[in-house]
Design a protein. Structure first.
Length: 93
């Protein structure tokens, strides 16, 4: 068995969320599968943040929108004579 979540990046930012019922149970089971596959035990919050990050990276529509947004930002900055660095969204530059 190979789970979808890849090895976790160490860089993190804290957010507070609430999960209910089946999601909590499944998260605990996912943590066990992660430990078996990668040999590392992670806190549920670390699993959640990595899951969200990978979800956003794999969302092609979001990636196109983000690329367009960055282009618009850089075009506006270029018109002013400066180029802005892309913003960080959810820990993903």
């Amino acid at each position: 068995m190979v789970i979808k979540l890849t090895k976790v990046d160490e860089r993190r930012e804290a957010y507070r969320i609430s999960l209910g019922g089946a999601a909590v149970d499944d998260l605990m089971l996912y943590g066990e599968a992660y430990r078996q596959q990668h040999g590392q035990t992670l806190e549920p919050s670390r699993l959640i943040s990595s899951m969200v990050e990978e979800f956003m990276m794999e969302d092609k529509a979001f990636q196109r929108w983000k690329k367009c947004k960055r282009s618009e930002s850089n075009e506006k900055s270029a018109a002013k004579g400066t180029v802005e660095q892309p913003s960080v969204i959810g820990g993903v530059p």
